[in-house]
Design a protein around this ligand. Structure first.
Ligand code: DC
Length: 233
């Protein structure tokens, strides 16, 4: 507890379905609070990238238990907003479509979830973190002082994803149509919510925020105010 300023450091857990605004909200909130932002989706993506690079993905679909060999000495760290896999900057690589296509499968494997949960708990043990994902409030930090569950209409989420991809690729040439993105998002919702281990669901104490009609500034301000209530001592 930081007695001098009358505030204490907390954990903010932000969960919700794909493209609901989690990472944007979490990143900006962390900046405003002076906290560390931990993008747990990037960690699942990093494991997926490692499996792809090892040429193991197809093998794992038939032999899922073999994933443990990949996890033994894996190192995933954050440097500011960059993610490092075994010391290498993979911030851009983990966003590639080949990773997105396989990440739901890799994140459904229990040894992967157990390993990343342990790493995430270690990263948050001194508090002062904003962590976003699917199971942060329910499984990783059920004692997080503030749990937020972000939702948004599927059409709004696919529109946001479309704009993000166009911006990233500098034009709409190789970007799939919005309708296709919406189908991908709905498919990912189904597998994230339907899996056996740590499925996406809202913790009973989580505050649900529907971001469909909100600007980014509005959603950040809303969650920031919730956080301030929890940090005041
Ligand atoms: O938020 P994202 O799109 O980067 O997440 C990538 C995938 O990782 C997503 O399909 C579900 C999975 N994930 C998870 O299972 N648990 C988390 N805490 C974060 C992400």
């Amino acid at each position: 507890m930081d007695i001098t300023s009358g505030t204490r450091k907390i954990i903010v857990a932000i969960d919700g379905p794909a493209a609901s605004g989690k990472s944007t909200t979490a990143r900006l909130l962390a900046r405003k609070l002076g906290y560390t932002y931990i993008d747990t989706g990037a960690m699942y993506r990093a494991v997926t990238l490692k499996a792809l690079e090892a040429g193991l993905l197809e093998h794992l679909r038939d032999n899922p238990d073999d994933v443990t060999s990949l996890l033994e000495d894996i190192d995933i760290t954050f440097e500011g907003e960059r993610v490092l896999l075994d010391g290498r900057d993979v911030t851009a690589a983990v966003r590639e479509n080949r990773v997105s296509r396989h990440v739901s499968f890799v994140s459904s494997l229990k040894p992967v979830r157990d390993k990343l949960k342990q790493m995430q708990r270690e990263m948050g043990k001194r508090r002062g973190v904003v962590m976003d994902g699917r199971d942060i409030g329910t499984v990783v930090f059920p004692d997080a002082e503030l749990k937020v569950f972000l939702v948004a209409d599927a059409s709004e989420r696919s529109r946001r994803r479309y704009v993000e991809l166009v911006q990233k690729s500098g034009g709409s040439n190789n970007v799939p149509p919005v309708e296709e993105l919406e189908q991908e998002i709905l498919q990912r919702d189904r597998s994230d919510a339907g899996r056996a281990h740590a499925p996406l669901r809202k913790h009973q104490d989580a505050v649900e925020v529907d971001t469909s009609g909100l600007t980014i500034d509005e959603q950040v301000a809303l969650v920031y105010n919730l956080a301030l209530e929890k940090t005041a001592v």
